[in-house]
Design a protein around this ligand. Sequence first.
Ligand code: C5P
Length: 479
Amino acid sequence: MASLTIRKLDDAVKTYLRLRSARNRRSVEEEVRVILRELIEGREEPLTPFSAPPAPSTAPTPQRTGALPEASVTLIIGGGIAAYKSLDLIRRLKERRVEVRCVLTKAAQQFVTPLAVSALSHERVYTDLFDPQSEFDAGHIRLARDCDLIVVAPATADLMAKMANGHADDLASAILLATNRKILLAPAMNPLMWNNAATRRNLAQLQRDGVVLIGPNSGEMAEAGEAGVGRMSEAIEIANAAERLLRPPVPRPLAGKRVLITAGPTHEPIDPVRYIANRSSGKQGFAIAAAAQAAGAEVILVSGPVDLDDPAGVTVKHVESARQMLEQVQTALPADIAIFAAAVADWRVANEGEQKLKKTEVGMPPLQLVENPDILATISKLTDKRPPLVIGFAAETEHLIDNAKTKLARKGCDWIVANDVSPATGVMGGDRNTVHLISRNGGEIAVDSWPVMTKEQVAIELVARIARSVTDKSLEPAS
Ligand code: C5P
């Protein structure tokens, strides 16, 4: 099938295509596809008139809508036929919430106009090293450093040569010399230029300098009948490479692990309107759920009644009573790790009223209490579905460590996170916690006391310990 070279079209059509693609925020190539599709479907737009995109102004034009950008890129567009793909690249970076400030070399302006680039980036476009209209005091220094990443696309043989040899005789090369940011190059050139010994030398030097490369790909060249390595990577490939540099993948040490967590208080009904409760806020358990989720785990959180938003990416089962909590925990098994941070009521009312209890002449109706199931002990003592690592919490108001050690043995869990919940500590409902991690170390019981931390920090530290223990058994606190 014949290929279409935009450069060979007549000027009026080129101008129309550039303006229309800029207005519709598409690359020229994509716009041509849309026009052809519209023609086939019989709904093509009239060629004229239409309003042109805003002209580049001397001041930045903040037309951004939606969420705030999370990163910024200085995009240097070099002079090559592949420059048209950079229009699409701008769009794809902006989709990823990246702010894009563009610099066009003199040669680039032969292929794409500052007008189109400005319309797509919603920013003024920079072309001159000595720009009296620049709002930046030393424009090239600010463009070089007020960003998180510099992308050069297309990176021509000439731009690469300038970079490799430290030239700075125009805005693009001056930025590349003045930057202390990572640089991503998307080379684009004729295969003979790419394979030329000078380009190979320059490339080797740039790689030694720490420049990151994407492409070039192999395929047909713009020049009729030529093919080989030298085609610029597609916009989506460059945007993905930029994203990897801007947002390096976070370590996910609990990927593939299923973590079951309980949190919050339980409410034990007295009658349809009254219940027995405690002051647990659920904050610590929720923070652990969020930290485990961030570490890549699949998290199931069984929560009593709390006033907290469900953590993102976590499956939350909301329950009221201890018995409901146990039921949800059993349903959620099997799990690799179980963390029981809930403050489960030890007793419930045996003679729960079916109707609201009434005041009577003879005084208060007697409340008979019966023991609730101990979820931690029940799960720790399972023979078939016991999670390999079971962690309990011990909230104490006195003899913290001794009580926690006893609890570790009595409940049969692997670790206990002990914390002092005396009113003076402000732990119950507060944002900070002072904990001691108690674990079995051979025949001994080891106590690791952590400094006062926020509940989020405790959660992150606990998840880090868990991650170390599941990946490296020698680091496991419990033997
Ligand atoms: O016995 P105590 O309530 O102090 O033990 C605290 C630990 O036991 C916590 O991990 C808590 O979630 C768990 N627990 C439980 N079921 C109960 C009581 C406590 O899972 N009924």
